[in-house]
Design a protein around this ligand. Structure first.
Ligand code: AMP
Length: 276
């Protein structure tokens, strides 16, 4: 069947509201064209399948902050490989023991471990409507493995939302960051002080509490200026090439996420929301 006949068939079945004929014409399209149409629909959020989104950005780029808003809006879980690994470290599991020192030094945990962690996780029932990945993939190899795993399910990534923030801003953010472990909510000793920290006082474990639960905040072991250098190097060398890898699929959306030069966090959120 030629393209003209396919288009005419699709138009006729759309007009007749005959769903079976529509599906038949869709199925008869050459594979490449069907894949292009599906991908275009996916990228516009019209997919009948799962919403599969990646929040992408450097350490301290706001993935946790904006990621929480995204998952609340879409009603899908956020899957952070960093959080999964930190849980394994805290629980002292075999995986945790393997990952601990690599994480503390700012290196990458083995691809095979990470990929199986995620491919198992996305089979869970809470991912039925979709999911948002945070901190994964970290390398082009991991992105390829994710594509393979999703491809086997007839799925693909709908959108890669890339937050862009200059390094000097990241350093300030990371070095003053305290987080609420349970929710991933993050605070900053200067820019986003919790209510529990009195004006003019130095941050301590006693006065740094989560606004919503009152639970203690913590500092991540790898949130130091020294480790950040290594994490940023790995990000630019190994992680950002993923954007080129997915660019040709037309699913990469970049958002300028620096809130120190006129734009507020609310402005940034509005530009993210417009893409969802
Ligand atoms: P994050 O919370 O995403 O910054 O992750 C903290 C640390 O966990 C990273 O610095 C890595 O050591 C490790 N990690 C998290 N996700 C991955 C991944 N996809 N591949 C390899 N290592 C990872």
């Amino acid at each position: 069947m030629g393209n003209g006949a396919i288009a005419a068939g699709l138009a006729a079945s759309l007009a007749s509201e005959d769903e079976t004929a529509l599906v038949k014409h869709f199925a008869a399209m050459p594979e490449e064209e069907r894949a292009r149409l599906t991908k275009a629909m996916d990228s516009l959020g019209y997919s009948a399948g799962r919403r599969i989104l990646i929040i992408f950005g450097p350490p301290g780029g706001g993935k946790g902050t904006y990621g929480e808003k995204i998952i609340n809006k879409l009603g899908v879980p956020g899957l952070s490989t960093g959080d999964m690994l930190r849980e394994a470290v805290a629980a002292g599991t075999e995986l945790g023991l393997k990952a601990k020192s690599v994480m503390e030094s700012g290196g990458f945990v083995d691809d095979a471990i990470i990929v199986s962690l995620i491919t198992e996780r996305i089979k869970q029932p809470d991912c039925a409507k979709g999911f948002m990945l945070d901190g994964f993939p970290r390398t082009v190899e991991q992105a390829g493995k994710l594509d393979e795993a999703l491809g086997a399910l007839g799925e693909s990534v709908n959108m890669v939302l890339a937050l862009e923030v200059p390094d000097d801003v990241l350093t300030v953010r990371i070095c003053g960051r305290w987080v609420h472990k349970e929710s991933g909510r993050s605070y900053h000793i200067k820019n986003k002080r919790p209510k529990s920290l009195p004006e003019g006082e130095k941050a301590t474990e006693e006065n740094m509490k989560d606004d919503e639960t009152g639970e203690p905040l913590m500092r991540r072991a790898d949130d130091t200026e020294e480790t950040l250098g290594k994490r940023l190097k790995a990000y630019y060398e190994k992680t950002t090439p993923i954007l080129d890898y997915w660019a040709k699929a037309g699913i990469v959306k970049k958002v300028e996420a620096d809130d120190t030069k006129g734009k507020t966090m609310d402005d940034i959120w509005k530009s993210i929301e417009a893409l969802l």
